[in-house]
Design a binder for this molecule. Structure first.
Ligand code: SF4
Length: 324
């Protein structure tokens, strides 16, 4: 891992996961801190600069850890839809990522009190089955060799039948073993989008091949065409992408597919614009509707319908989920 500096909350030192992480990065400079917010929420941080030299913050999460799914996120027909925040920020650097408008810092925070997450989930499960997107504010699978958080969620699924876990990624991870209530969600984008806007992520061909292998291993796999980005010639680019997916994956064997055009809360967009004055995606003249910035309604509809239409040639409409 590339972290040169690791900030550790005083109280996090007592946790075995902290020791595990530190032992994996023996050369890092370790700095003891009182609270992660003292570093993460500092004013006047240069988030774009931090991204090239990310620090890691190891902390204990108090307060809310599991949240009700936001309206801009897809529930895939699940009633009790939550997302968990056991890490903040991501090793990848997608130009359009909403985290850029959500957090004042690009440094990564890893919470080590996973047992508290277990208790929170068990408490909520008393009200009935639950669907948890565990990898929303980060990419847990990409970070798993260091933090083990994806393994934690897999174990949670293994030991709780009424819990359905989604692990979403832009890494080309090798999936082993079939846990019926874990969905591996691979986000795929046209090569042009990956090259221009998805820094440090795995090439899309590698993600497609990882998804194909995961299906062969018996895992539940979701493909996410989300966000769809309006690049010049977007129709051709998405047609090519879906052709590449269909050439490597029997799309009928997917658990489902998610399709969503780019959208972001207008508050996050405003913060993103201030922090990234040169960002092409941030400065696109979006339309604001109900507090959500999105493409012009006609374009938005056309993009979503076009991608759904291409997918319908390979997979039943009932397996294609859209965000609006
Ligand atoms: S992989 Fe996802 S969470 Fe990570 S930077 Fe890209 S959009 Fe953001």
């Amino acid at each position: 891992m590339r972290f040169a500096h690791i900030y550790v909350e005083e109280r996090a030192f007592g946790y075995p996961l902290t020791e595990k992480i530190l032992s994996k990065i023996p050369d890092a400079h370790v700095i003891k801190i009182k609270h992660y917010k003292d570093v993460f929420d500092r004013k006047r941080q240069d988030a774009p600069l931090q991204k090239d030299n990310q620090a890691l913050i190891i902390a204990v999460r108090d307060g809310s850890r599991i949240f009700k799914g936001a309206p801009v996120c897809q529930s895939f027909g699940n009633k009790n839809f939550y997302y968990a925040s056991s890490m903040m920020n991501c090793p990848f650097d997608c130009e359009y990522c909403y985290l850029k408008g959500m957090y004042p810092s690009s440094n990564m925070v890893v919470f080590v009190n996973l047992e508290d997450y277990r208790n929170d989930v068990e408490e909520k499960l008393k009200d009935g089955p639950m669907y948890v997107c565990a990898s929303y504010d980060t990419d847990l699978l990409a970070m798993n060799s260091l933090t083990g958080h994806a393994d934690f969620w897999k174990d949670m699924a293994l030991t709780h039948d009424n819990l359905l876990v989604e692990l979403r990624t832009k890494a080309a991870v090798q999936v082993t073993g079939n846990i019926p209530n874990v969905i591996y969600a691979f986000t795929v984008s046209p090569e042009e989008v990956v090259e221009r806007f998805e820094r440090y992520t795995a090439p899309v061909s590698a993600r497609i091949s990882a998804a194909a292998k995961a299906i062969d291993a018996g895992a539940k796999v979701r493909l996410c065409f989300d966000p769809i980005i309006k690049i010049p010639d977007w129709k051709k680019a998405y047609e090519k992408l879906i052709g590449e997916c269909a050439a490597s994956i029997d799309l009928g064997r997917l658990t489902d597919v998610s399709v969503g055009t780019f959208r972001i809360s207008s508050d996050y967009l405003n913060r993103m614009r201030r922090a990234y004055p040169d960002s092409e995606t941030a400065w696109y003249p979006y339309v604001i509707k109900d507090g959500v910035a999105q493409y012009e309604p006609d374009t938005d509809k056309e993009m979503q319908e076009f991608v759904c239409g291409l997918l319908e040639k390979h997979i039943g409409r009932e397996k294609i989920f859209t965000w609006n």
